[in-house]
Design a protein around this ligand. Structure first.
Ligand SMILES: Cc1cc2nc3c(=O)[nH]c(=O)nc-3n(C[C@H](O)[C@H](O)[C@H](O)COP(=O)(O)OP(=O)(O)OC[C@H]3O[C@@H](n4cnc5c(N)ncnc54)[C@H](O)[C@@H]3O)c2cc1C
Ligand SMILES: NC(=O)c1ccc[n+]([C@@H]2O[C@H](COP(=O)([O-])OP(=O)(O)OC[C@H]3O[C@@H](n4cnc5c(N)ncnc54)[C@H](O)[C@@H]3O)[C@@H](O)[C@H]2O)c1
Length: 451
């Protein structure tokens, strides 16, 4: 059995960044990836980048088929670039194969040609990501109409009637995208409230905009069964009043969350603790319960974002080569963005959360329609809400539902991290016409909280 200084299982965001860093510091690294189609990990191949590319193509009026082709060219280029980024390093070996543990620090790798290779790792980093879940609905798992998000982005033709189960991140982003391509979309969710973290005014506006675009929502439903009729899927669900309805679709996209990919790792052969949901239990420094074994990214549970996986890399880098100060609990200001149209970005407290915590706050609020650039972009939908601590003048939360929110939220994040008073954003000179210059006007006057 060969002993390797660093083994990274999975070519994910944090893992690949760590591999490059370790190699550049003279350390030997073995990166094991189970699929050649996944070099570079989930984000670039089957998640963030291809989905955003399709969303943009849909908004530009590209046909679905051409958009999928273009997306595939992009992901293949990214895959190649990611592979080269690691394989070109003398100290890194990228091994095709599926890894599973045989002991606390030993693994076997099943290679595509049927061989089993055994390794001992002085350090092991688990970066295997997460996989789609399929809810236990009779007939769903075996339905020929079922797709997960990866399959939805690779359909040979646009589904005319599309049912999406789950109205979270993927559900809303794909509902927006497929509607723009021309599908008729119905979103089913078992919760009564979509966007449950958002303030009511924001969530209502987002859902109304979807409805205005033709998306149908059925919330608080209990999906009873998936069948087939006349070459279509038949989806039967009960509404809150227990009345049963059946709707029909050419495809069903399941977007009901993703679970940590630990099932194939044979962690029962180790002392690595796993939570009920399959997530690897880690401490504040990403240590698993076995010394010198870390978990990075989605596999450790918690927020599932590429930038969190990247930040996991920073924690490990700081532990191994820095001053050992960075940790998960430092992540107090983490922005999110739902890539719908317009974009919905959020950081810090919402108004509801501030009220629940009995925090005093100033509310700055304005409609997107007041921003000249929104008119230029021909999309004046949305609103901006920022909460400020009246004692310190520091921003404590922001929700930006406006075109380009995914970009300008990062200015708010910077102001929060640098503890800049809101007046700094109010009085700054911005380029024009831009969405960010809205901060000049937004912060002029706080509004009555009851508005
Ligand atoms: C449709 C979609 C859109 C998304 N959009 C966004 C977005 O816009 N912004 C954002 O921040 N996040 C987004 N996410 C979430 C984001 O993709 C994930 O949080 C991120 O990719 C997780 O990265 P990771 O480092 O945990 O591992 P991953 O990138 O998931 O990598 C894990 C790798 O491990 C490999 N692997 C698994 N098991 C084994 C094994 N036993 N042996 C060897 N290899 C193995 C897998 O093949 C995979 O390549 C999206 C997710 C989806 C599904
Ligand atoms: N823009 C982004 O950053 C982005 C985009 C896409 C995905 N992601 C990441 O990927 C993760 C997975 O996305 P997702 O949309 O699958 O999960 P999600 O957790 O965001 O949403 C799941 C939705 O499915 C519903 N649901 C669950 N079980 C159901 C059932 N049996 N019947 C009906 N509805 C049901 C839930 O109520 C919820 O609304 C997200 O949590 C996010 O971290 C991020």
């Amino acid at each position: 059995m060969e002993t390797v200084k660093n083994i990274i299982i999975g070519f994910g965001k944090g893992g690949k960044t760590l591999a490059k860093f370790l190699a550049q510091h003279g350390e030997q690294v073995l990166v094991i990836e189970k699929s050649k189609q996944m070099y570079g990990g989930t984000c670039i191949n089957i998640a963030c980048l291809p989905s955003k590319r399709l969303i943009i193509e849909a908004a530009h009026g590209t046909s679905f088929e051409d958009a999928v082709d273009g997306k595939n060219v992009m992901t293949s280029q990214l895959r190649q670039k990611n592979y080269q980024m690691l394989a070109s390093e003398d100290n890194i070996t990228v091994l095709d194969g599926t890894a599973h543990f045989t002991g606390n620090h030993t693994i076997d790798v099943q290679t595509p040609d049927g061989h089993t290779l055994s390794y001992k790792g002085e350090r092991i980093f688990i970066n295997t990501g997460a996989t789609s879940t399929i809810p236990d609905i009779p007939g769903l798992k075996d339905s020929r109409f079922l797709m997960n998000s990866t399959q939805a982005m690779d359909q040979p033709k646009l589904p005319r009637e599309l049912v999406i189960i789950g109205g979270g991140y993927i559900g809303l982003e794909f509902a927006n995208m497929f509607t723009s391509f021309g599908s008729h979309v119905t979103v089913l969710d078992h919760h009564q409230t979509l966007l449950p973290r958002e303030d009511d005014d924001v969530a209502e506006m987002v859902i109304q905009n979807f409805k205005d675009n033709g998306v149908r929502f059925e919330v608080g439903v209990d999906i009873k069964a998936i069948g087939e009729q006349d070459n279509q899927a038949a989806i039967t669900f009960a509404r809150t009043d227990n009345r049963e309805t059946t709707i029909f679709a050419d495809k069903i996209l399941v977007a009901t969350g993703r679970k940590p990919a630990t099932a194939a790792l044979d962690l029962q052969n180790t002392d690595i603790k796993v939570a009920k949901n399959g997530a690897i239990v880690v401490d504040d420094l990403l240590h698993t319960s076995v010394p010198n074994v870390w978990a990075i990214g989605d596999v450790k549970g918690g927020p599932q974002f590429t930038y969190i996986s990247l930040d996991d890399f920073r924690i490990i880098k700081d532990e191994l080569f820095g001053n050992k100060e960075r940790r998960i609990s430092d992540r107090l200001i983490v922005p999110t963005n739902v890539f719908i149209e317009p974009s919905l970005a959020q950081v810090g407290l919402t108004e509801r959360e501030a009220q629940k915590q009995e925090k005093d706050y100033l509310l700055f609020k304005m409609p997107a329609a007041a921003i000249p650039k929104a008119k230029v972009l021909k999309d004046t939908r949305g609103l901006l809400k920022v909460l400020v601590d009246p004692q310190t003048n520091l921003i404590i939360g922001a929700t930006l539902y406006v075109q380009e929110a995914q970009e300008i939220i990062n200015m708010i994040v910077l102001a929060m991290r640098a503890k800049l008073p809101y007046q700094m954003l109010r009085d700054q000179i911005y380029t024009h016409p831009t969405i960010s210059e809205a901060f000049n006007d937004l912060f002029k006057q706080s509004v009555d909280k009851k508005e």
